[in-house]
Design a protein around this ligand. Structure first.
Ligand code: DGT
Length: 152
């Protein structure tokens, strides 16, 4: 009798769905710009750094320049990549690249957000912010070049 061969089944790999996102750190004095996500959107009401999804054919810097023009009506110069992180919202995974914005032309206007606000970075810890950002708040503070707030 020939020995029975066991055929090893490779476990089914679930295809994951990834969305690349860019966001900008904009500073004015010792404040940073955040926007409140609109009502008809996912994560409505949460305070985020301006930005959005990278479209096909764009570099991350081009995408951020476009998003800041669409969302804030400014002409921004994108600087260094400060931080990258991943997060899963159920089936959807996002990769977020946070860039510093070196300077911009025009005054930011809330073309997309419910509201824009210049806040002190410590205030982030007390706001309703995306879970993706809350998990890495220490790295966000580091990326912004500010100390982890003692009041947390
Ligand atoms: P659209 O055109 O409605 O698909 O919207 P976009 O391209 O403006 O992108 P959006 O804002 O819907 O997607 C960004 C995703 O990244 C969304 O799931 C929220 C998430 N996210 C987490 N933290 C941040 C952040 O600080 N800034 C931004 N812009 N998005 C963040």
């Amino acid at each position: 009798m020939s020995p029975t061969r066991t055929v090893k089944k490779t476990p089914k790999v679930r295809k994951s769905h990834w969305i690349p996102v860019v966001a900008g750190f904009m500073r004015k004095g010792n404040q940073i710009l955040v926007g409140q996500r609109p009502e008809n959107n996912s994560l409505a009401g949460q305070w985020e750094f301006p930005g959005g999804k990278i479209e096909s054919g764009e570099s991350p810097e081009q995408a951020l320049q476009r998003e800041l023009s669409e969302e804030l009506d400014i002409d921004a110069t994108v600087g260094e990549l400060k931080l990258a992180c991943t997060h899963s919202y159920g089936e959807v995974n996002i990769l977020i690249l946070f860039y510093e914005i070196l300077y911009w032309k025009g005054e930011p206007k809330a073309k997309h957000h419910l509201m824009l606000e210049w806040i002190h970075p410590e205030e982030l810890a007390h706001r309703n912010i995306p879970e993706a950002n809350r998990r890495i708040l220490d790295r966000i503070y580091k990326g912004l070049g500010v100390e982890w707030p003692k009041s947390r």
